[in-house]
Design a protein around this ligand. Structure first.
Ligand code: ZN
Length: 76
């Protein structure tokens, strides 16, 4: 089981996610992001906007994802 925080995954708080695979942790963090989005949390809305900008460039999202995957894999 590995741990990454919301902030580490492009979010805005120190909430910790635990998962065995990167795909799993990405999914959990996405759910958390959506929850905070629905609550209208300013910090998370801002973080989401930044993510959206990243996604507007063709390779932006892919590169971001790969970088985070490496970060996850490097955890012990
Ligand atoms: Zn968060």
């Amino acid at each position: 089981m590995k741990t990454m925080t919301c902030k580490q995954l492009g979010g805005a708080c120190d909430h910790e996610f635990h998962a065995d695979t990167f795909d799993e942790i990405a999914e959990i963090s996405k759910k958390h992001g959506m929850e905070m989005f629905q609550k209208g949390d300013d910090a998370h809305l801002k973080a989401m906007n930044e993510m959206q900008e990243l996604m507007s460039s063709p390779n932006g999202m892919k590169e971001w994802f790969e970088a985070k995957r490496k970060e996850f894999d490097a955890l012990t």
